[in-house]
Design a protein around this ligand. Structure first.
Ligand code: ZN
Length: 329
């Protein structure tokens, strides 16, 4: 998969970018966009294997495009990267013909927690008045701050575990028909797609999707070439995340086609892994020395990585996120 002009247009979130688009393929492997989100589909003689329905607007647009371009070749499989609703909703557009596949941890992640479920360990750090809810004042500077009142569906002024879950996982995801645990392989029309579980990272249900013939790998959210990871999102697993990146480095591929931003190469995986390793080790050392989160934010600058996208956005937030994950794990 070469970096074409069409894909370079996909970089970032500038205004005036097309909302939906299908890019020229590598062999029979196509990339499509829904604003800042990207999915893939592989066309075979017996049907199509789709990675990510993304959302309902994108999937109904894509369904029309596929019916028009590839008549008689329905989507036979939908592969999920993870259960988050910004990548995994919209599957209903393909439910009449497709089998849905995802990692086994998607099953629990798609189950709404009980109304009295306890906050996650990291959410508990934010719950300074310890009432089991995150009030808006407690959410300042956290992943729960945006659109707070919309997330507070019962309007009681605080987010419960279930309301916090709803922001990331609530939605119209078609549940997988098939759950796999470590590895899975799909063959269709003489072509193969591999699903690899590389452990916990951005979530605990993340699938890395490898197209061995094309030497392309699809990664989402935990591995975005040339962009800082976003450890500020809660629910991540920082130390396993580094191990997960190491496992991706061992896969046989030339190009990463990510769920956000531009395609990259294996060098980008190494860069991401080194960034996170250095970050984790600096924050761990600071914790061992009894430094506060604020002191670490001021001193852990990670300037070797200031060429990466979202450096200004995520540099300080990643120190905070890593600190919170390390002290609450
Ligand atoms: Zn996600």
């Amino acid at each position: 998969m070469q970096l074409t002009n069409a894909q370079i247009v996909g970089f970032g979130s500038g205004e005036g970018l097309p909302e939906f688009e299908i890019y020229p393929p590598t062999g029979d492997l196509y990339r499509y966009r829904s604003q800042r989100h990207f999915g893939l589909f592989l066309v075979t003689s017996e049907g199509i294997i789709l990675v990510e329905p993304t959302n309902s607007r994108a999937s109904s647009w894509l369904r029309e495009q596929l019916d028009e371009r590839f008549p008689g070749l329905p989507v036979r499989y939908v592969i999920y990267s993870h259960a988050h609703n910004d990548h995994a909703t919209g599957g209903e557009a393909f439910a009449d013909t497709a089998t849905f596949i995802g990692h086994e941890n998607m099953q629990k992640n798609l189950t709404r927690p009980a109304e009295d479920a306890p906050l996650l360990p990291r959410e508990k750090l934010w719950d300074t008045n310890q009432d089991g809810l995150i009030q808006e004042t407690e959410a300042v500077g956290t992943a729960l701050a945006n659109n707070f009142s919309r997330a507070d569906t019962d309007g009681n002024g605080g987010l419960s575990r279930a309301e916090s879950w709803n922001r990331q996982f609530g939605g119209s995801q078609v549940p997988p028909d098939i759950y796999y645990s470590e590895h899975a392989k799909i063959t269709l029309g003489g072509k193969t797609v591999e699903l690899h579980y590389t452990g916990r990272n951005h979530t605990d249900d993340m699938t890395v999707i490898l197209f061995p013939e094309e030497k392309v790998v699809y990664t989402v959210d935990f591995l975005t070439p040339k962009r800082l990871p976003r450890t500020q999102l809660h629910g991540g697993f920082i130390t396993d995340w580094v191990k997960s990146l190491r496992q991706v480095e061992e896969l046989d591929f030339d190009v990463i086609s990510p769920g956000h931003e531009l395609p990259g190469t294996k060098e980008d995986v190494t860069e991401q892994r080194e960034y996170l390793e250095e970050l984790v080790s600096a924050v761990s050392a600071g914790i061992d020395q009894g430094r506060t989160k604020e002191e670490l934010v001021e001193t852990i600058l990670m300037e070797d990585y200031n060429h990466l996208v979202e450096f200004d956005l995520s540099r300080a937030l990643n120190v905070e996120g890593t600190y919170e994950m390390l002290i609450s794990q």
